[in-house]
Design a protein around this ligand. Structure first.
Ligand SMILES: Cc1cc2nc3c(=O)[nH]c(=O)nc-3n(C[C@H](O)[C@H](O)[C@H](O)COP(=O)(O)OP(=O)(O)OC[C@H]3O[C@@H](n4cnc5c(N)ncnc54)[C@H](O)[C@@H]3O)c2cc1C
Length: 262
């Protein structure tokens, strides 16, 4: 990876202005950026902006853009709020060294099809804060993007949400064939499907079918799982065919829903 000019700003405003006026490229963990052979003309390192945190603000959990996967995986605060959801979604990704480098901001900004984290955050009902102050529903941001340039500052997570994550891979640390996350928010169900192989989408009709009952029956769960498979557009790639994804999808959703319902 070649960076022709490197800047390490000390404020979000400085970083944002470099993006706005000089088309600078923000540098997160650089795990994905370094896969690209194209040189970066002006790299803006976000490492000195105090964006590496997971904190409880009382009514929500805030996660800074430079927080790593390893921090999410090992956070006591997240474990207390969401149980084993984050370790289950992330701990299989390649290895500890890589996960200690990958940033939340780079993952959200990239809106990658294969992303395990973006599926998990979408199901939890996360919001993304884009500097200088736009707050957007993360699932909408993944689906629609944002006007360029944008700088991911932090993620906001609601508290009191119970979630579960399911995935299928050819080998443990390959990219997923499909990933699924579901959550009970306290008043509604959320169902998200990623690695279709395109990016994460919510299954609105299935969510509606599950309604506002925290303990849906086995029949409702079965029907909602089939509905999620019906309404979710999937494709074929080198990892799996369209038909395989369609067949596996309701199984993963059902397992996740049963885990949250108990
Ligand atoms: C070999 C390999 C295997 C992987 N396997 C998986 C897997 O199985 N599952 C999975 O979910 N992920 C996987 N990943 C991807 C990884 O999880 C990250 O999503 C990815 O590396 C991006 O994070 P990063 O911090 O490296 O971002 P970077 O590479 O630093 O940045 C990615 C993009 O986001 C931009 N950016 C960075 N930070 C910000 C910000 N704060 N605001 C705005 N834009 C920003 C950058 O300019 C760049 O365009 C894998 C990656 C690799 C290299």
């Amino acid at each position: 990876m070649e960076i022709k000019e490197y800047v390490r700003p000390s404020s979000l405003e400085e970083a944002y202005q470099l993006m706005r006026t000089r088309h600078a490229t923000p540098l997160g963990g650089c795990v994905w950026l370094r896969m690209n052979a194209k040189p970066v003309a002006l790299g803006v390192d976000l490492a000195s902006l105090d964006l590496d945190y997971i904190r409880d603000t009382g009514d929500m959990i805030e996660i800074g853009a430079m927080t790593t996967y390893r921090s999410l995986e090992t956070s006591n605060l997240l474990a207390k709020q969401y149980g084993k959801l984050f370790p289950e979604a992330l701990s299989h990704i390649v290895g500890v060294q890589l996960r200690a480098t990958i940033s939340v901001g780079g993952t959200v900004a990239g809106r990658y099809g294969f992303s395990d984290l973006n599926t998990t955050l979408s199901a939890l009902g996360a919001k993304v804060v884009l500097y200088p102050g736009t707050i957007t529903d993360l699932a909408t941001f993944i689906a629609e993007g944002a006007e360029s340039p944008f700088l991911v500052e932090k993620i906001l997570l609601p508290k009191g949400v119970r979630g579960a994550y399911q995935q299928i891979r050819i080998t443990r640390n390959d990219f997923p064939i499909l990933n699924v996350a579901v959550a009970w928010t306290g008043s509604a169900w959320r169902v998200a499907v990623g690695s279709r192989p395109a990016a994460t989408r919510l299954c609105h009709a299935a969510m509606q079918m599950l309604g506002s009952d925290p303990c849906p029956s086995d029949q409702t769960i079965e029907a909602a799982s089939m509905q999620a498979a019906e309404e979710t557009s999937v494709g074929s790639d080198i990892r799996a065919s369209h038909d395989y994804r369609k067949a596996v999808l309701p199984v993963l959703i059902r397992r996740a829903l049963l885990e949250v319902r108990g």
